[in-house]
Every structure is written in structure tokens, then in C-alpha cells.
Unconditional design. Structure first.
Length: 242
């Protein structure tokens, strides 16, 4: 993360949240989403550039990723539990593991809760792409101007797991490895998000909002754990885990 966010985490959370609100306004009041999504839609037969029934792609970018993520979360909590053993080599990693475990767990949970609340349809469900639902924006939903729909597509849930991997930066004290883990999370989230866009499951803004949400959540969790340790977030990250 940029050093400003590390040195001033609460300001960073506020900055990311402000960016999130401005993004909601931008995508709600413009045609950026529909304009970009139209590039992935094939009008003949209302198909999409990528076939959602392709088993290999589905395994690589959906089922396989989900399985790996579940195993990673379970492994994280097991490692955290082992860190409480007196002779465990993981004792020095306990608080870092706590940040990662909470981030990996709360990210999909909170995004899933948002999806259930917003009732936003996927592109494939919209009338403009051969579906049956009207196109509504999140701003219309928040201001009560949109009808209630049986849809759960906003923000992007699957990509939340990818972006949650940014929290792996807390396992390292080396700035180089922290940046690598940060980029790993960003790349994984956008690869998964792009796949979901190409099969008509999400607009660009769905993934963008998820990235911002995960970023502020991870930063907030890191700050709370560091404060519990009576440290600044910067000192917490720089301290050797040994």
C-alpha cells in the first residue's frame, strides 16, 4: 500500500471510502459501465465473448479458485491456532496471521451481505442484453427509485476473495514482499473480475467497488490489530515477525 495509507491509516480509510462514494456517483450518472460491457456482448443470440459453459475456464477462474481460497482460509485459521502453542514457531506471526485470517474471512462475508442488500442485476439479466430485468443504477437503488428485483450481483462477490489476498502483505516485514503480495491480490481480483465481466456476470464498476471495499477493510483491520498491540500500523508492518 502507498506509505501515506500506512502512516495515516484512518485518513487512508476515509480516502478510500470517499473514492468509493465518488465512484458510485460516477458510474451511476454516466454510461461507462454499459459502454464497456457492450464490447463483451455479442448481439446475435445475446451471447458473451467468453462461454460460461467452458469447463476449463470455469475451473480456472471460478470453481478452482474458490476451492483454493477455502483451503487458504482454513489453513490460515489453523496456523493461527497453532501459533498459540508455546513451542510453536508461528508465535511471532500470531498477530500478522490474525490480520490475514480476519481479512480473508470478512471480505467475502461483507461483500456477500452487500450483494443481498443491493438487489442489483447482472448484465446477463438485463433487457438490453436479452434478459428480463430493467437496468438500474446503485444510486437509484439507494435513493429508492428502483424496483425490488430478485438479483444479487453488486458488488462482485467472487473477486472479493482475490482482492482479499492483498492482506498477505501483513505476513512480511520486507517492503519488497509486501508490494509483491499487494500486487498479487490486485492481479488476482482483476483476473477473476475480468472473467466474470466477459461472461456477462458483472459490470466493471462491480469489481471496482469490491476492490475499494476490500482495500479499506484490510487497512482498517490492520490498524485495529496494530492498535491492540499499542503500535502504529507502520511499526507493526516493519517489525520482524521472528
Amino acid at each position: 500500500m502507498p506509505m501515506f495509507l500506512i502512516r495515516h491509516p484512518l485518513r487512508g480509510v476515509l480516502l478510500i471510502f470517499t473514492t468509493l462514494i465518488l465512484s458510485i456517483l460516477l458510474f451511476s450518472l454516466s454510461s461507462l459501465d454499459t459502454g464497456l460491457q457492450a464490447q463483451f456482448h455479442v448481439p446475435q443470440g445475446h451471447a458473451w465473448l467468453v462461454d460460461r459453459n467452458d469447463r476449463l475456464l470455469r475451473w480456472l477462474f471460478y470453481d478452482g479458485v474458490k476451492l483454493i481460497y477455502v483451503l487458504l482460509v482454513l489453513g490460515c485459521w489453523i496456523a493461527l491456532g497453532l501459533s498459540f502453542r508455546r513451542a510453536s514457531r508461528l508465535r511471532g506471526m500470531r498477530w500478522r496471521l490474525l490480520v490475514v485470517c480476519l481479512s480473508l474471512t470478512l471480505s467475502p462475508i461483507t461483500v456477500g451481505a452487500l450483494k443481498a442488500t443491493t438487489e442489483m442485476p447482472c448484465p446477463k439479466q438485463l433487457q438490453m442484453y436479452g434478459g428480463k430485468m430493467p437496468h438500474v443504477t446503485i444510486l437509484q437503488r439507494l435513493t429508492g427509485q428502483a424496483p425490488h428485483l430478485k438479483a444479487k450481483c453488486y458488488p462482485a462477490g467472487h473477486a472479493s476473495g482475490g482482492f482479499a489476498l492483498m492482506s498477505l502483505m501483513f505476513l512480511f516485514s520486507s517492503p519488497v514482499w509486501q508490494r509483491r503480495m499487494l500486487w498479487l491480490g490486485l492481479a488476482t481480483g482483476w483476473i477473476i473480475g475480468s472473467y466474470k465481466m466477459l461472461i456477462g456476470d458483472h459490470f466493471f464498476s462491480h469489481t471496482w467497488i469490491t476492490m475499494l471495499w476490500d482495500g479499506q477493510l484490510i487497512l482498517l483491520i490492520g490498524w485495529l490489530v496494530s492498535r491492540w498491540r499499542h503500535q502504529s500500523l507502520e511499526a507493526f508492518l516493519q517489525q520482524s515477525p521472528d
